[in-house]
Design a protein around this ligand. Structure first.
Ligand SMILES: Cc1cc2nc3c(=O)[nH]c(=O)nc-3n(C[C@H](O)[C@H](O)[C@H](O)COP(=O)(O)O)c2cc1C
Length: 640
């Protein structure tokens, strides 16, 4: 088992004892001045304990004009980077620093008018043009990649990876969408590749013959009229001749729809391998495959079949840094598999200003310094009330710290909202996570009492030293004439198959639950109309899953009414109200409510009045997403 994945490989003077790689992942954990922080080191230590042979660090900026995170453009960055490399070495892995320039995607520099790019074409994301680079700029940036590589060596790194992927400066030169130059750096794909080739050649010249150079490239731009893997194949001989030792075959750019680089759950493990294989077939150097890998057996197969030489596991290492060790020990069932939800990682970094890395299902990630390092000195009797994501996470974390935990859940199953969400297309993995949590809770000795609704009297007469209240939210019912008719149900009843899917269905609410319920209904053959009072769906199309969801519903001809409310439901007639005009939909045999929830208030007074030490977490505090639920559940347990 895993013989291929766990076999050694040598790249120039770097010996790797297995084929597993952690690809670069920005964390935003660094100090504001771009130096490495204690948080970076704690995060990295945990990743390095994974037993993965090669860790490629997050981006390090080679020049101030394109630095958007950690820096490597000055010697003052070396001591921190050396600490990071040492942390990786102490765990027995090898370290490559990723060298980066953001070009027209450098927001702080764009705002100050200091960003540079191949041409003054605005970024898809920010809409602000950079300054077109002069020949002197080009020479200077090429030199700065070389200087940075020397600093990486001084920091003790075993290799460098040049970042020519994902829409940053080097991809901008490759892309016809960003490069409209008419000099020797623009024109055909080959001419547009000149800058990248010169960067590689400069780094090779500076680091010497033995030092490994990886090149990360988006094998396909994944955008309309963008370049394709066939174009990339045409420049590979030049990249290899310039000094590239390993090609890391990623995909997509900043402008690619639906955040394809860190693909949503709609994409299977290894969905991008075929591009890595095309690249591998064209060159004689090792290739790294990346994209949605969560299963070491599938990765082993990729190496065994010769499709790639190494496999990178990104988000999986955020969800479970122990996953490779578990796999080595044959405990694959214990692995906490990444959901590809992107809530805590890439979408948090991209969409939430100033936020640093987390993982929706692994509360330790990015919060390594907050997790208690030892079991509790005084184990407490802890009641966790509510068996959804917040409660289950709280129970697991508290039991792991040695507390005596009882988890109460009033329904006959665990999982809370996820019990329903696991039914919707592409969300089976969410259900697997809940099953994983249930298994871990059991093995940690938590007493689970399903079908028990904790009452005020139980709290008063019981003897919990600490209560974690995770009772979730309750459904809200809009004041609509006819809401009590038999054709009206809520999303949960539909997803749970308590109510069969109708033929002509109106779903009220185009938030995530409404959209996913519509998706579920379409799969059952229903014709669906979605009605939303807001002017647009709160599900953002720029998120991975959101993009896919909007696309599927559009393709299924789901009809959307925005800025619209329902005035009445009468038999098979539903009356809509939009900008003071009414419209009647006829022949409707089902109306599904997905209008949101508000926190439950049960038990809160008793906990306060009886002075029982307690924490209120997840939807019971405020209705939000999984990441907030798990984080609050975990923090409560850590703070007992
Ligand atoms: C939080 C986060 C930050 C990332 N930052 C970088 C980065 O700094 N450089 C880079 O080349 N790719 C970056 N990526 C892309 C990953 O390296 C990887 O290619 C992608 O997540 C797909 O792999 P996965 O499905 O195994 O997660 C990032 C991804 C995530 C989730």
């Amino acid at each position: 088992m895993l013989d291929h994945l766990l076999s050694p490989i040598t790249i120039r003077n770097m010996e790797l004892d297995n084929r597993c790689v952690i690809p670069p992942m920005g964390t935003n954990l660094g100090n504001p001045d771009g130096t490495v922080s204690e948080k970076n080191l704690a995060y990295m230590k945990r990743r390095a304990e994974s037993g993965v042979a090669l860790i490629i660090t997050e981006i390090t900026g080679v020049h101030p004009s394109g630095c958007v995170g950690l820096g490597i453009y000055d010697d003052r960055f070396i001591p921190g980077l050396r600490q990071m490399v040492d942390t990786i070495h102490q765990a027995g892995s090898k370290a490559a620093l990723q060298l980066h320039h953001a070009g027209r995607e450098a927001m702080p520099q764009l705002k100050k008018g200091e960003a540079i790019g191949p041409s003054a074409v605005p970024s898809f994301v920010y809409g602000i043009p950079p300054r077109e680079m002069s020949h002197d700029d080009i020479k200077m940036i090429i030199r700065s990649f070389g200087d940075a590589a020397i600093r990486a060596q001084a920091a003790g790194a075993d290799a460098v990876e040049i970042h020519a992927a994902h829409g940053y400066l080097l991809t901008q030169f490759l892309s016809v969408h960003a490069n409209q130059r008419t000099d020797e750096y623009g024109g055909s794909f080959k001419k547009r590749a000149r800058f990248v080739i010169e960067v590689v050649a400069e780094v090779r010249k500076r680091v010497g013959a033995d030092y490994p150079i990886l090149l990360r490239i988006s094998a396909e731009e994944f955008i309309k009229h963008g370049y394709l893997v066939e174009d990339v194949i045409g420049i590979l001989p030049d990249l290899v001749a310039a000094g590239t030792d390993v090609l890391h075959a990623s995909v997509g750019t900043h402008g690619s729809p639906g955040g394809i680089t860190s693909a949503p759950p709609e994409y299977d493990a290894g969905w991008n391998v075929w591009r890595a294989k095309k690249i591998k077939d064209a060159v004689d150097i090792p290739v790294i495959a990346v994209g949605r890998f969560t299963d070491p057996l599938i990765a082993d197969e990729v190496v065994a079949s010769g499709d790639a030489d190494m496999v990178a596991f990104g988000r999986q290492l955020l969800a479970d840094p122990d996953f490779l060790n578990k796999a080595r020990q044959g405990r694959t069932g214990d692995i906490r598999r990444c959901l590809a939800c992107n809530q805590g990682c890439i979408e948090r970094l991209m969409l939430e200003k100033g936020a640093s890395i987390r993982c929706a299902i692994n509360p330790e990630t990015g919060q390594e310094l907050l997790v208690p390092k030892k079991p509790a000195e005084t184990p407490r009797r802890v009641w966790v009330i509510g068996g959804g994501p917040a409660g289950m996470t709280a129970a697991l974390e508290a039991a792991t710290l040695g507390h005596e935990v009882t988890l109460y859940e009033k329904s006959d199953h665990l999982g809370g909202q996820v019990h329903f969400a696991r039914q919707v297309p592409f969300k089976k993995v969410y259900g697997d996570w809940i099953d994983w949590l249930a298994g871990r809770i059991e093995s940690r000795g938590v007493t689970v009492r399903t079908g028990v609704s904790v009452t005020d009297a139980m709290l008063e007469n019981g003897d919990p030293e600490v209560v974690i209240l995770a009772i979730g939210g309750k459904k809200t019912t809009p004041a609509i004439n006819g809401i009590d008719q038999p054709a009206v149900s809520d999303a949960w009843q539909v997803l749970n198959r308590e109510k069969p899917a109708g033929k002509q269905v109106v779903v009220i609410g185009a938030g995530l639950i409404g959209m996913e319920t519509a998706d579920f209904l379409v799969n059952q053959g229903s014709r669906v109309t979605l009605v939303e009072m807001l002017p647009h769906s709160p599900v953002l199309k720029i998120t991975g899953h959101g993009y896919q969801l909007h696309k599927r519903l559009r393709e299924a001809h789901v009809q959307f009414y925005f800025s619209t409310t329902i005035s009445s439901i009468d038999g098979d007639r539903v009356t809509l109200s939009h900008e003071n005009k009414e419209e009647i939909l006829e022949g409707i045999d089902q109306v599904v409510l997905a209008v949101g929830m508000k926190p439950r208030s049960d038990l809160k007074n008793t906990l306060r009045d009886k002075n029982i030490r307690h924490f209120i977490v997840g939807d019971a505090y405020q209705v939000r997403r999984i990441i907030e639920a798990t984080e609050e559940g975990a923090r409560a347990a850590w703070n007992i």
